[in-house]
Design a protein around this ligand. Structure first.
Ligand code: GAR
Length: 202
């Protein structure tokens, strides 16, 4: 059984999409071992508890990054987590964290990377006038929103869109993309060649 650890900082809709996909059998042989938030009292933690999952707040306010990350790593180890999924975790990881889980940390970002890394990616994209937007699931490396791309989903920007409606439609794609990317990574049928994620023939 693959043990997933979810890190979040807020709403938790991507976490819930992953949990629903597991329940529906779309991510075979996987379970969520623990949900960790760096912000106490967020809806994502409450939703995890409601589903009977282990849910922990490790407040990062005022903490040095490496020290807070050491606590998060210890909790992930305690729950025997194999794959770490960042789901709206709005905090940079220290190099030590990335080295503790080599190619075992995924992130979802609401743009077609490498365009629009950082905060409010959907608004950045909208204001830049792009006609195609989307989301990216990628491995996490030491640079922000930069690691090897696993899966992207694109949508058109409609003439009727504003940044808010665009973000809503990107979020809908995120909820499809993240479970699919997790299932693919857990299958192990891929190689990383340079910066390319290449799936192996069946
Ligand atoms: C999602 O749109 C996710 O892509 C984004 O935060 C939101 C979290 O929503 N993450 C980033 O921007 C990371 N750079 P959620 O809490 O409902 O899953």
């Amino acid at each position: 059984m693959h043990q997933l650890g979810i890190l979040l900082s807020g709403r938790g809709s991507n976490f819930l999409a992953i949990a629903d996909a597991i329940r529906a059998g779309a991510i075979p042989n996987a379970r969520i071992a623990v949900v960790i938030s760096n912000v106490p009292d967020v809806p994502g933690l409450a939703a995890a508890r409601q589903r009977g999952l282990a849910a922990i707040a490790l407040d990062s306010r005022g903490r040095k990054r490496a020290e807070h990350d050491a606590d998060v790593i210890a909790a992930l180890r305690q729950y025997e987590v194999e794959l770490v999924c960042l789901a709206g975790y709005m905090r940079l990881l220290s190099p030590g964290f990335i080295q503790a889980f080599p190619q075992r940390i995924l992130n979802i970002h609401p743009s077609l990377l490498p365009a629009f890394p950082g905060l409010d990616a959907q608004t950045q994209a909208f204001n830049d006038g792009v006609q195609v937007a989307g989301c990216t699931v990628h491995f996490v490396d030491e640079q922000l929103d930069h690691g090897v791309i696993i899966l992207q989903r694109a949508i058109p920007v409609l003439p009727s869109d504003d940044a808010h409606t665009l973000a809503g439609r990107i979020l809908h794609e995120e909820h499809q993309a993240y479970p699919e990317a997790i299932a693919r990574v857990l299958s192990g049928r891929y190689q990383i060649i340079g910066r390319r994620y290449v799936e192996s023939a069946q």
